[in-house]
Design a protein around this ligand. Structure first.
Ligand code: ADP
Length: 368
């Protein structure tokens, strides 16, 4: 009987529990034993009761639940070979021969490294007398499949990561709430959203709320961003718009690579010698990560979880480590490291689309 372990790693995201539920139940359905590894790579390295066999009913009610009920952690030990050796020992001790990991690009890169190193880790365990050659023989090939759990939608090769639509929904709901006050008092709000390297949340929230201006890391603002933003905001105000919403990603930059902060934007909008708008900053923070998963994330997590179990059973040593993606509404398997490398080119992809136009459909931008 195959033993398949499931873990969540890196930053939590809504839908991770739905992934675990789908994997556990699909594994049972296909006649395998599912295990959960608690606390991400920490659980793999420490072993013991952090690796637990799961039953069908253990994941009841997990479909909509936010965060990850099996825990996640950053694990320094897994960056070192020593830590990965301990992880290999724990997997073999539990008789686990396949691993499904739901996490961000860091976690998935670690997974690929672990798989590549696997044969030499086994050799070392035999050398050290932890296991005999006969004991490790059934585990010569470790199959690993990745699933992308991230609110940032920051992996290339997939249309959506598990959790991103829940976070986007949360941001839009927050902006809707803020808009009441903004309109009432004719104020401006600078809203900081998550996204250190990837501005998908800020960009899509900008489109979905009709924000006046946005800042994202992939598209550093020109030197004249101050004039540009003030001109647009002033135009909107002249046409009778009483509220101003500026959305800024954590990793917003200018062309020189300098950080653009919410404070800078606020000071500019509030400048007595300029627009002199009463301006407040709202940092949404971890509210964006929380709450139940939206329908899309539940669906994505479930379909991808099912596919991950099938993929991990199909994989052979010659095949690359797979990540489960969604492209053009189809659930597909893709080489994991290709997707990680392509992610670096994502800025180009964003510039090629019509988001500038979508952003410009705000109040009267073309009504001149
Ligand atoms: P995310 O998965 O959300 O991108 P991190 O980059 O913090 O988050 O990665 C989560 C964990 O994955 C790390 O704490 C570490 O244990 C493991 N990890 C990340 N990158 C590597 C790597 N290159 N080699 C080994 N382990 C890694």
């Amino acid at each position: 009987k195959k033993k398949i372990a499931i873990m969540t790693s890196g930053g939590d995201s809504p839908g991770m529990n739905a992934v675990v539920r789908a994997c556990v139940r699909m594994a049972i359905y296909l006649g395998c034993d599912p295990y959960c590894i608690y606390e991400g790579y920490e659980g793999l390295v420490r072993g013991g009761d952090l690796i637990r066999k799961m039953e069908w009913h253990d994941v009841r009610g997990w479909l909509s639940e936010g965060g990850t009920l099996i825990g996640t952690a950053r694990c320094m030990a897994f960056y070192e070979r020593e830590g990965r050796l301990a992880a290999a020992k724990n997997l073999i001790a539990h008789g686990i021969d396949a691993l499904i990991i739901c996490g961000g690009d860091g976690s998935l890169t670690g997974a690929d490294r672990f798989r590549a190193e696997w044969p030499s880790l086994l050799d070392e365990l035999v050398e050290k007398g932890e296991f005999t050659e006969e004991e490790v023989t059934p585990y010569r090939h470790l199959n690993i499949v990745g699933l992308v759990g991230s609110i940032d939608n920051d992996l290339s090769g997939t249309d959506a990561t598990i959790g991103c639509y829940s976070a986007l929904q949360r941001i839009c709901a927050a902006v809707d709430l803020i808009e009441a006050t903004a309109s009432s008092h004719s104020r401006a709000f600078v809203i900081e959203v998550m996204g250190r390297h990837c501005g998908w949340l800020a960009l899509m929230a900008g489109v979905a709320t009709g924000a006046d201006f946005i800042f994202i890391p992939e598209k550093p603002r020109e030197d004249n961003w101050r004039e540009e933003m003030c001109r647009i905001v002033e135009n909107h105000r002249k046409r009778g718009k009483r509220k101003t919403i500026v959305i800024i990603a954590e990793g917003a930059l200018d062309r020189e690579g300098n950080k653009i902060t919410p404070q800078m934007v606020r000071d500019l909008l509030a400048d007595k010698n300029g627009l002199a708008i009463d301006t407040r900053i709202t940092t949404l923070g971890h509210v964006q990560r929380g709450g139940t998963a939206v329908a899309y994330d539940r669906m994505l997590a479930t379909l991808q979880g099912v596919e991950a179990v099938k993929a991990v059973l199909d994989a052979t040593p010659e095949m690359p480590t797979w990540v489960i993606a969604i492209t053009e509404n189809k659930i597909v398997r893709k080489p994991l490291m290709q997707a990680v490398q392509d992610t670096k080119k994502v800025a180009a992809a964003i510039e090629s689309q019509d988001f500038d136009l979508a952003m410009s459909l705000r109040d009267a931008e073309f009504a001149e």
